[in-house]
Write a protein that binds this ligand. Structure first.
Ligand code: ADP
Ligand code: ZN
Ligand code: ZN
Length: 816
């Protein structure tokens, strides 16, 4: 076990590992999964040891590991295995996979302490007479005695001073004489500096330099206010640039407390204690039967909205803990981690022990702290979004994937993994149960359940005999014929809202675009205003008085005339959430109205404030985007209005119907969850479309049959495997050249086991300044695709096509 070399994965976009020499002082301490600091080119990088080796590569001078980050390996062998699977399956650089798995590197200090075990203590005491015994060296004996006298001592520093190598400590530990404890302490800070954009200055017409513009885009349009270290990392700018922008009045900053457990709703929260109803009981029975087997399995819990799935999840976790195992609950959205996290803490953790919450809106320090609590075994239940599937729990018994059909489980940057699919792979390797829950399962999962690969559990009715909301279609063509007005609020919806206001119940109104108008068109030449970096129409934001690109965050002034033909007749078209809010305020002047979308809910706090106000009855109408459709349990909502079902239906994407059906069903699930019955109004120009018809009837299996028929005909998933390959570059010539080259590799493989379409211009032909071409690969067997694509990667290397120019998306959710 004292190999002199190790292979290390580094966070660089290269599909290889790197060999380093292990210095004498670290021999024996370096293990697979250890985080280490190594020199790489002219930098120092933190990497992960993949394996140890006796065979260094020939003809290279190896560099040495500079530092071992912490004594215990950060990753377990199972997680290393999982990372390798992801790297192979999704064709992602292994170092980038590890980066997604590991906590951010922060200024956390690790304190290591040595403590004696009972047998270590006995040994130390018997050494008192000075005789050498227990086969210990003099130095070892001295160490044991010193620890015994002092009770504990800081390990490495003092051990090294006494001439004891890391390997010796490891041996003493293995012989059961000592224990090494690692404690983390933060670098004292209880608060952090948050930086935000101060928008006023841009109006003065000053143009920003490229780096400043990047900071603006992040803070203003892409992310919202950010803690300083996170901002520096994301924008890749220096501290002094930020200081200059602060001094120049472009930015503002304030101090905010760091506290992951901070959740204003936690105080005094007691979870409802329901006796399970019959359907919930029989679901539990089926799940329990699985637990009894104590082996890997996948179950799909198909329960209509409001059937009480959360209750079932919590009990499953309880049973898992009772069996001495640990559990992960994945949820599709940050807001839901707050809600489920609160319930878990109430169930499983007196105070905050026992439960860890992981999501991307935590600051680095918070995230690292939660991660290490899990790694050190302090937390045995993890609630989190996508990447929480990598939580370093040991002895994992259960992974729950709530709303498994949600797109947010797919990471749309390298590594492009699907959290649900990884959950299943991980459960398999750890012999755990994967429980997928949904009111509208993905076609993939339901197909597997039908085929017997997953076990199907159904909960067909809402708790307490509540009925599903009644869903009605508003045919916008008829509405127009009667009113001759093109208001986004139809006569029926207006009447419905009035009724709610009169009865003092609440209304949710959904619209799927944010901003004021999502298109700016010229009446003379028909041109629409496009983003300067992307082939995408820009969105008009009225309160900020400018045009924004929702893909890259760039902004433009609102044009007075058409940029193409100089005509004066520029008009704004397509209502977004900002516009709708304005209109509702006009039409219902007495009502208390708020809007929830990425423009109004930039921070966790804003989000909680609005949701809290609505849940507490301080609002009558809540307008918002998709983020309102999921999961929330508002008791007094009796009406949900959907402004348009059509924009998601008309997307040029094979999943458009599935997405529309899911969205409408989820939305319908928000109404009538309390004692009061609920009603849903869906406005559309295509009332006859099956996705809408089946959603109105809330008939999942009818939809499944029809959609499967379509997918079979068109050879789309789940019956076929897909991979989307995008070739991209800021230079059009290069992008074309490389796609031609890649086509030389692909074309000979086009046949009946795999179909290769392309290269063609990608649906978004230009994105963030890059031109894009696309290959679409289809095969009935996924393994054929994997093999072909890994060949393509090798081909790219030999042809010197840069790895960053070729983007592979395995099992893509969208072909844009
Ligand atoms: P789902 O996730 O399936 O849409 P939830 O888990 O949010 O449904 O449950 C809906 C509501 O029903 C919640 O308010 C929950 O507290 C309540 N509930 C759950 N189980 C029961 C039960 N057995 N009896 C009464 N109410 C229940
Ligand atoms: Zn024009
Ligand atoms: Zn753009």
């Amino acid at each position: 076990m004292t190999s002199p070399f190790c292979n290390v994965a580094l966070p660089v976009p290269l599909r290889t590992t790197f060999t380093y020499a292990i210095p004498e002082s670290l021999k024996g301490a370096i293990q697979p999964g250890s985080r280490i600091l190594v020199p790489f080119r002219k930098k120092s990088l933190v990497g992960v040891v993949v394996d140890l080796t006796d065979q260094p590569p020939a003809n290279v001078k190896l560099r040495e590991i500079a530092r071992l980050m912490e004594f215990a390996p950060a990753l377990t062998p199972k997680l290393i295995e999982l990372a390798q699977w992801i790297a192979n399956y999704y064709l992602a650089p292994i170092g980038e996979v590890f980066r997604s798995m590991l906590p951010p590197i922060t200024e956390l200090k690790v304190h290591r302490e040595i403590a004696l075990t009972p047998s270590g203590r006995a040994a130390a005491e018997s050494l008192g007479g000075g005789e050498l015994s227990h086969g210990l060296t003099t130095a070892e004996s001295a160490l044991l005695q010193k620890v015994n006298a002092k009770n504990v001592l800081a390990a490495f520093a003092s051990a090294a001073k006494m001439g004891i190598a890391a390997a010796t400590l490891q041996q003493l530990q293995q012989r059961g004489l000592i224990e090494i404890h690692e404690r983390l302490s933060e670098t004292k800070r209880k608060s952090q500096t948050v930086i935000a954009w101060k928008s006023l200055r841009t109006e003065e017409g000053k143009t920003l330099k490229e780096k400043e513009e990047k900071v603006r885009a992040l803070l203003e349009t892409e992310r919202g206010p950010l803690p300083l270290p996170q901002l520096l990392k994301l924008a890749q700018v220096s501290r002094s640039l930020i200081d200059r922008m602060l001094a120049g009045g472009f930015l503002e900053s304030w101090e905010e407390p760091i506290d992951p457990a901070e959740d204003p709703f936690d105080a005094g929260y007691t979870p409802p204690a329901h006796a399970l109803n019959e359907e919930q009981e029989s679901a539990m029975k089926a799940i329990r039967a699985r637990f009894e087997l104590g082996e890997f399995g996948v179950q799909l819990l198909h329960g209509v909205t409001g059937s009480g799935k959360t209750e079932v999840y919590l009990r499953c976790v309880q049973e898992t803990l009772a069996r001495g195992k640990t559990a992960i609950i994945l949820v599709p959205e940050i807001a839901l981690t707050l809600w489920i996290g609160r319930q878990c803490r109430a169930w499983f953790g007196a105070k905050y022990e026992g439960v860890a919450v992981l999501h991307s809106a935590l600051s680095d320090v918070e995230r690292a702290r939660e991660w290490w609590r899990v790694r050190n075994g302090e937390a045995r239940v993890v609630v989190g979004t996508r990447s929480a599937v990598f939580a370093p729990l040991q002895n994992l018994g259960l992974i729950i994937v709530d709303e498994e059909q949600e797109n947010s489980y797919k990471q749309e940057e390298t590594p492009r993994y699907h959290g649900r699919d990884v959950a299943i792979v991980r459960a398999k390797s750890e012999g755990a149960l994967a429980l997928l829950g949904s009111a509208t399962p993905s076609l993939e999962s339901y197909h597997h359940a039908r085929g017997g690969k997953y076990e199907l559990i159904t909960m067909a009715s809402r708790v307490a005999n509540r009925s599903l909301a009644s869903v009605e279609i508003v045919d916008l063509r008829e509405d127009f014929q009667q009113t001759h007005k093109t208001s986004p609020i139809s006569t029926a919806l207006r009447a419905g809202i009035e009724e709610c206001l009169a009865n003092k119940t609440q209304v949710l109104v959904l619209i799927n675009r944010r901003g004021y108008s999502w298109s700016v068109l010229c009446r003379s030449c028909g041109a629409s205003v496009q983003c300067v970096n992307c082939s995408i129409s820009v969105t008009y934001h009225k309160s900020r008085n400018r045009l924004e690109c929702h893909y890259c965050g760039s902004i433009q002034q609102v044009p007075k005339q058409c940029p193409k033909c100089q005509s004066q007749y520029v008009y704004f078209f397509g209502e977004g959430s900002e516009h709708l809010e304005e209109r509702l305020r006009k039409e219902f002047p007495g009502a208390r109205i708020a809007r929830l979308d990425r423009d109004t809910a930039r921070t966790k706090r804003q989000y909680q404030e609005t949701l809290g106000a609505f849940a507490g009855g301080a609002l009558d109408i809540l307008v918002g985007t998709q983020m309102l459709a999921k999961g929330h349990d508002f008791q007094r909502v009796t009406l949900v209005g959907v402004i348009s079902a059509d924009s998601s239906l008309s997307m040029p994407d094979f999943r458009a119907a599935e997405r529309t059906f899911q969205l409408l069903t989820q939305v319908a699930g928000r109404a009538g969850r309390g004692e009061l019955p609920g009603r849903v109004l869906i406005q559309t120009y295509y009332p006859e479309h099956y996705a809408i018809q089946d959603a109105v009837r809330q008939d999942y299996s009818a939809f499944f049959e029809r959609e499967m028929h379509f997918r079979t005909m068109m050879a789309y998933p789940p019956l076929t495997s897909l991979a989307n390959v995008i070739v991209r570059d800021t230079s059009l010539e290069k992008a074309i050249h490389w796609s031609r080259k890649l086509s030389e590799y692909f074309s000979p493989h086009d046949g009946h086991t795999v179909r290769i379409l392309g290269p063609a211009t990608a649906p978004i032909a230009r994105l963030k300044k890059e031109h894009r071409f696309q290959f679409l690969l289809k095969s009935p067997k996924r393994s054929i695709l994997t093999k072909l694509l890994s060949g393509a990667m090798t081909f790219c290397d030999t042809q010197e096509i840069p790895q960053t120019a070729v983007l592979v998306d395995m099992d893509p959710l969208s072909l844009m």
